[in-house]
Design a protein around this ligand. Structure first.
Ligand code: SF4
Length: 640
């Protein structure tokens, strides 16, 4: 039987397990990336492992999430990241150089390589043919230490692309169409592998937009073949030597096949407050728009912003519509500047922001109260923009730029001719000298820590019987933004878990932290897809610090599940989802944790005599990690 690209890469990197869907496989990791918001903790964890230098082929530490310098915290933390990278043999990307995924795609990602990153949009590098996965910071720290990365062997979905994008349809519309069809839960346990005649006409930046937002499907990752377009992109980046061809065998078998005819796509938009609430742009015609924001790791490439400049050139946005643009990297910015494309942006009324995540992570750029914001980003969760009642719509760069001129949603049939599809220019400038490469002799490097760098705390082992109250009951699709909101104030705390934990569920239930402090321990009850969204392990670390012992849910998102395991919180699954209604906030629970076996069931009893059966999807190793009190304890005890 022929092999898919996914199977080829996994087979080459397999260190344990068998490639049978659902069974745990351990993978050798070639590259890692971290970003400042999650990476500060990851680097502290790497230091705690105590092996000195990174053992990957390449590890890069990016600063892109919180670049504001409104006090000592961010600059101090950035300095820690620079010095710990130098000491540990990692590359450092200073604040303002660009967004981690855009920079990694341009400068470091390789076809056929494995990459994990402490950021859920790491699959962006799948656009160049990397097997790139988002992971918790501790998993990334272990990979930097040369340990394998463990995942359930994914199912492989072939996305057969036919036809060609026409008119105003863009790469973003391909992934919005998939989200429309499959929802934010549709990709769990799966890799989306793109194939078919439609692939050849998609540029690497278009492909990267698609794989980036595959994260919103809940997928393990997404990947494109490495072909002539990949070779062209790598040569333009001055990295022709990194090219290897990587295509699926003609007789490769897949677990599922989905077909998308690119010729049939038209501009789409995801409506508030989920990326899968997708409709056609024309269906919203007449709705006023207060703000457009173009950028983020999804749509901030040279081609996105050149198209934006072409659309805006010689025109002006209405005064009521705020337009902001964040280029994905200084390379993109330099290309725009060289070609005289900054001026049309400025003349159209756009505000040019720093090359960073910016408004995507709530670092400024919040819309007005109840304002409609059309963003080229990947997430539109409630409150993520920093305006709790903001109405965020997700669209392509071309759509956002065009709508910014109209100041309201309009029918694309009225937009006139679409801008031509952009290829990279003849001479692409390098920004390689902006990265800080580690010195050969690291002995003189001193790791500098400010007061915001807080040492890791030790966690107790799991007790045989967990007795705790349900202190919070939440609905389906709870995101990590619900658990721990983004925003300048909170991300600046990075490694300061005692301080960060004060914000846990603060936008869902202001009383939660107080109840946790009162009781010392607690259990969270949730619905389906609990913990979807970002990879931030603080959404597990914060609850653990407060004393959360277990989450009992209908189903869990992949990365958050791994983070719960890594920090010793029991991830329990209701056998009968209807039992969600049988449990209430305030119930006293008795959980016989010592009776748990991998995949087995246990009965939880409540103070009022009710009994609810839960199961788990833990491996033997994961159960041992939780019993040890978390992965760091287990590593120290030699159990993981
Ligand atoms: Fe940054 Fe937003 Fe991308 Fe996250 S999703 S890496 S915050 S641009």
């Amino acid at each position: 039987m022929g092999k898919s690209i996914t199977h080829k890469i996994i087979e080459k990197h397999l260190v344990s397990g068998e490639m049978v869907a659902g069974q745990e496989v351990g993978l050798r990791i070639d590259q890692t990336l971290t970003q400042d918001a999650t990476g500060t903790m990851a680097w502290l964890q790497f230091e705690a492992i105590g092996i000195g230098e990174v053992r990957t082929d390449l590890s890069v530490s990016y600063v892109d999430h919180n670049t504001l310098q409104m006090g000592f915290r961010n600059p101090d933390d950035h300095r820690y990241l620079r010095t710990v990278a130098a000491k540990s043999g990692a590359v450092f990307s200073p604040a303002g150089t660009g967004i981690c995924h855009q920079l990694h795609l341009e400068n470091f990602a390789k076809p056929g390589a494995t990459l994990i990153g402490s950021d859920s949009h790491t699959p962006t590098a799948g656009g160049i043919g990397s097997m790139a996965m988002g992971a918790g910071g501790l998993s990334v720290a272990l990979a930097m230490a040369g340990e394998a990365y463990f995942i359930p062997m994914p199912k492989v979905v072939k996305v057969e692309l036919t036809g060609e994008l026409t008119g105003w349809a863009a790469g973003k519309d391909v992934i919005l169409e998939l989200l429309r069809r499959l929802t934010v839960k549709g990709g769990v346990g799966k890799v989306f592998e793109y194939a078919g005649p439609g692939v050849a006409a998609l540029s690497v930046p278009d492909r990267a937009t698609i794989t980036n937002m595959g994260a919103e499907l809940g997928a393990t990752t997404s990947i494109f073949p490495s072909d002539d377009k990949t070779k062209f992109f790598l040569e333009k980046m001055g990295r022709g030597e990194d090219f290897v061809e990587l295509i699926a065998d003609a007789d490769a078998e897949y677990d599922e096949v989905i077909e998308i005819n690119l010729s049939e796509l038209e501009p789409l938009v995801a409506q508030p407050h989920m990326p899968d609430q997708v409709c056609k742009v024309k269906e919203l015609a007449g709705k006023k728009i207060d703000q457009c924001a173009i950028g983020s790791c999804t749509n901030s490439s040279y081609s996105d912003l050149k198209n934006t400049a072409q659309i805006l050139s010689g025109k002006m946005t209405p005064a009521e519509t705020d337009l902001m643009i964040s280029p994905g990297s200084k390379q993109v910015m330099k290309m725009l500047a060289r070609e005289g494309l900054i001026e049309p942006l400025l003349d159209a009324g756009a505000r040019l922001l720093e090359c960073s995540c910016g408004p995507c992570i709530g670092m400024g750029g919040s819309p007005v109260s109840a304002g409609v914001s059309v963003r080229t980003f990947n997430r539109n969760f409630e409150g993520r923009s920093g305006t709790q009642d903001g109405q965020v719509y997700l669209a392509s760069a071309q759509t956002a730029a065009r709508l910014a001129l109209d100041g309201e949603f309009t029918d694309p049939a009225t937009w006139g001719p679409a801008p031509e599809r952009v290829e990279l220019p003849e001479d692409v400038p390098s920004i390689r000298d902006l990265f800080v490469f580690p010195p050969a002799d690291k002995s003189a490097v001193e790791i500098l820590r400010g007061p915001n760098i807080v040492a890791l705390e030790d966690f107790d082992k799991l007790s045989d019987t967990v007795e705790a109250k349900v202190l919070l009951k939440v609905e389906d699709n709870i995101t990590t933004d619900h658990i721990l909101p983004a925003g300048a104030e909170i991300t600046a705390l990075r490694s300061n878990i005692p301080a960060i934990s004060q914000y846990i569920f603060s936008r869902v239930d202001e009383g939660f932290v107080g109840r946790m402090k009162e009781h010392g321990t607690g259990v969270i009850l949730g619905g389906d897809n609990y913990g979807q969204g970002s990879s931030r392990e603080h959404a597990a670390l914060g609850p653990r610090h407060l004393g959360v012992k277990a989450v009992i849910v209908k189903s869990l998102a992949r990365i958050h599940r791994a983070n719960l395991v890594n920090f010793g919180i029991l991830p329990l699954l209701l056998v009968d989802p209807a039992d969600y209604d049988a449990l209430s906030e305030g119930d006293d629970l008795i959980i016989p944790a010592n009776a748990m076996t991998p995949g087995g069931t246990i009965d939880i009893t409540t103070g009022s005599g009710k009994s609810v059966t839960v199961t788990n999807d833990l491996t033997k190793k994961e159960l041992e990690i939780i019993q040890s009190g978390g992965l760091l304890n287990a590593v120290r005890e030699g159990q993981a």
